[in-house]
Design a protein around this ligand. Structure first.
Ligand code: SF4
Length: 243
């Protein structure tokens, strides 16, 4: 925890903030909703009047580094620099990412012209399928490029394992959503089968590539007892005075 927020909780979530049980502990969510509120014509004055934590001025050495970075960022990158900065992955893993992308495009193009991305209700399996198709492709890429960069140092939990866990959980939810479409919404099993097979293939290959992924402990989400203690402490605190 820092300043009332769970550190890094937003690094291993599914980005579906409307459904997130930890949004009040997420610095990204609070910053984003603060910005959104500021842009509302009736909320700007209210947000501006709220007390803000102002970060202290940076030390001189940090100012110098930032100035140097700013001046470097002022010139365009060369082609070689862009290529050197492009994350890579092992050739053997490229197919996993390519098939995750193909699945995502397939869903967004509308499987059978169903246009699943029109649906937003998180209880609707079409919304779940749509949401996780993009997230799965992007987190698989992050996991596999991170694995290629991994130097074996396990002092901190490796990011690629966390990214792979997020991808695997998204695959699990997508798989269940396709099954729900068949059982509850009349989608024919024949139509659903290629999607289920694609997801099962991705799951097996990703688990084989990053076997420790499921054991990764996501801050907050995989710490239910610690979160329960936080909530209990917050509930027992006297209400703050209105500012
Ligand atoms: S942790 Fe929750 S609120 Fe924060 S970005 Fe992720 S989904 Fe959104």
């Amino acid at each position: 925890m820092r300043d009332g927020f769970i550190i890094s909780v937003f690094n291993y979530c599914d980005r579906w903030c409307d459904t997130c049980s930890l949004s009040s502990y997420c610095r990204v969510f609070v910053a984003t909703t603060g910005d959104e509120a500021s842009s509302e014509i009736n909320m700007g004055a209210l947000v501006g009047a709220a007390p803000h934590d102002r970060p202290p001025a940076p030390p001189k050495w940090l100012e110098d580094v930032l100035e140097e970075l700013n001046s470097l960022a002022g010139r365009p990158f060369t082609h070689e620099e862009l290529l050197a900065g492009e994350p890579t992955m092992a050739a053997a893993h490229q197919e996993i990412y390519e098939r995750a992308k193909a699945y995502c495009v397939w869903v967004h193009d509308g499987v059978g012209h169903r246009q699943y991305d029109r649906h937003r209700d998180p209880t609707d399996p079409r919304a779940v399928i749509s949401w996780f198709s993009s997230l799965t492709a992007s987190t698989i890429r992050r996991a596999l490029t991170g694995l290629a960069d991994f130097d074996g140092n396990r002092e901190a939990p490796p990011d690629h394992e966390g990214a792979a866990k997020v991808a695997l959980l998204g695959i699990d939810r997508s798989y269940a959503a396709w099954q729900q479409l068949v059982t509850d919404h009349g989608l024919s099993a024949v139509r659903a089968r290629p999607c289920l097979e694609a997801l099962a293939w991705l799951r097996a290959r990703l688990e084989a590539a990053i076997p420790d992924a499921r054991a990764f402990v996501r801050p907050g989400f995989d710490e239910p007892e610690a979160v329960a203690r936080l909530r209990a402490a917050a509930a027992s605190r006297p209400p703050e005075r209105a500012w």
